[in-house]
Design a protein around this ligand. Structure first.
Ligand SMILES: [Zn+2]
Length: 514
């Protein structure tokens, strides 16, 4: 072949390669190398994870625990070398609630200590109580008469016995298989959720809040319940009605003490009572309830940008947790990854074009309150004409979040933003050896990137592996279940994505239509 024809063919091939690959999206391999070296050979991610889980512990939004945790968090962001570190208060959230002591014992017919935690935003028992236990099946208004006048001083068991999930106990949680990952990637239309059944008004049915009010009026010693089927695990959230009464002191004091018990202990009491044999328990709960409404806060910090400093790339996760454990996975792991990503960027001397801002939210577990308040305050909401889009709305490039447990990133969800596919795919290329390969068109929910996505801003959540042993939202979510290598890799990926978004020529493209 003549030289001239050969060069034409070469030129054509080059053109084709450019058109059909992501070569047009630059990958900063030199920076990736520095980030990988810092994050994989000098990682501090498990040091962050340990401090938060072991020393700080649980961090319920609107608790003294959380306020102590946020003071540490601000100091830590400053130690990492970030600027503009601040607590940004939002909304009058409610009064603080902290559990300071809980003890539940089976006294009769056989002594055993039981594993139990109070439900958040419920009061203490006002001292140590010895109480006969009784099963209560309260569902409709007519049931009230049946129980009225019979429950004073009793420990009432209000939920039916639960089936224990032995498969989860013996099999654990397997990591995602290749086939499963492929399915997530190739499913372009997420399966439609079945429509909820037609809501038939059932005025006779008692709400959870009405049942609590009845138990309080009847003077029960304590309400005992069990709503999860994992051995050894207590699933306990917030008091029904707490959100409606604005986490108020009056609402907390108007409730009886409510204590969640592990299934094996709860079921044992139910079975003994079923034999007609009396059960006596000893219970004591001490809680500290604030006496004034306070504002909740998000914590932020920045690496300032250079030539595009007024544009922003954000990363983060929620710092608040439920209260029965340090919640090592949900979401201490996401916070550890965000802190480590910022530390890595500082350690490698990154001078990004756009400002990189980390945000550690509160109020997520009660309903994305922190991130939604932040987005509204800083970026506005084009859907809401009373707020509109603020100037900063056009200056945010993207937000990256971790909150699907502590498993390794195996990909990223586009959140329906096809325009972002080329960038997010190209930036994944340096992490093929981590097994990070999936770019899914699907939209996922339930955490803080939603606050951005729902107002038309690019907000992304990574696709994460399952890992065994973690029990998010239970008393069993501990440091020891966290896999160091997963978090190290996540921090490296997070730092690299944020770096590339902050260095790109253009802002992250947005969905064209909502
Ligand atoms: Zn979470």
């Amino acid at each position: 072949m003549p030289t001239r024809s050969r060069s034409i063919v070469t030129a054509l091939l080059l053109l084709l390669t450019a058109a059909f690959s992501f070569d047009t999206v630059p990958v900063d391999w030199a920076m990736v190398a520095r980030i990988r070296e810092e994050g994989l050979q000098h990682s501090r991610v498990m040091d962050f994870e340990s401090y938060m889980t072991d020393v700080l512990g649980a961090r319920l939004t609107m608790s003294r625990d959380m306020q102590r945790g946020q003071a540490w968090l601000q100091a830590e962001l400053t130690r990492i070398g970030l600027v503009n570190v601040a607590a940004e208060p939002y909304m009058d959230y409610g009064v603080t609630w902290d559990n300071e002591y809980v003890a539940l014992h089976l006294l009769e017919p056989d002594y055993t200590p039981m594993v139990a935690y109070p439900i958040a935003y419920t009061p203490g028992t006002d001292g140590r109580k010895v109480a006969p236990a009784v099963v209560v099946d309260l569902q409709v208004r007519e049931d009230l008469d049946r129980y009225r006048g019979t429950l004073r001083g009793k420990a009432v068991l209000v939920t039916p016995p639960v089936a224990i999930d032995l498969a989860a106990l013996t099999n654990g949680a397997p990591r995602r298989t290749d086939a499963e990952l492929r399915a997530i990637e190739t499913t372009v239309i997420a399966p439609a959720r079945p429509a909820p059944p037609r809501a038939v008004p059932r005025p006779n049915l008692l709400t959870a809040a009405e049942k609590l009010a009845f138990y309080k009026a009847e003077g029960v010693a304590v309400v005992l319940q069990c709503e999860g089927g994992w051995i050894g695990a207590v699933r306990g959230f917030g008091r029904p009605g707490a959100r409606e009464d604005g986490w108020s002191r009056a609402g907390m004091l108007a409730s009886p003490p409510v204590v969640a018990v592990t299934p094996e202990h709860y079921n044992r009491m139910v079975r003994i009572l079923g034999r007609g044999i009396p059960v006596t328990v000893e219970v004591e709960v001490r809680t500290r309830i604030g006496d004034r409404v306070e504002r909740a806060a998000n914590i932020v910090g920045e690496i300032p940008g250079t030539d595009l400093a007024d544009e922003v790339v954000m990363l983060g996760g929620h710092f608040d947790t439920w209260h029965a454990s340090p919640n090592a996975s949900d979401n201490t792991s996401g916070v550890a990854v965000a802190l480590e990503a910022m530390r890595i960027l500082k350690a490698v001397g990154a001078r990004p074009r756009r400002t990189i801002r980390v945000a550690l939210w509160s109020g997520e577990e009660q309903g994305l309150f922190g991130s939604r308040a932040y987005v509204r305050e800083h970026f506005g909401d084009p859907r809401d004409t009373t707020v509109g889009a603020k100037p900063a709305y056009e200056r945010l490039s993207a937000y990256f979040n971790q909150d699907y447990g502590a498993g390794q990133f195996r990909g990223i969800y586009l959140q329906g933003n096809e325009a972002a596919r080329a960038l997010l795919t190209a930036w994944m290329e340096p992490f093929r050896d981590f097994g990070m390969t999936v770019v899914s068109n699907q939209s996922v929910g339930s955490t803080d990137h939603v606050a951005f996505d729902e107002v038309g801003l690019p907000g992304f959540q990574f696709l994460q592996d399952r890992i065994p042993g973690t029990g998010g939202h239970t008393n069993l979510d501990f440091y020891d279940t966290i896999q160091a290598e997963d978090l190290m890799k996540n921090a490296v990926v997070m730092a690299s994505y944020v770096w590339h978004a902050a260095s790109a020529d253009a802002r992250m493209p947005r969905k064209t239509r909502r």
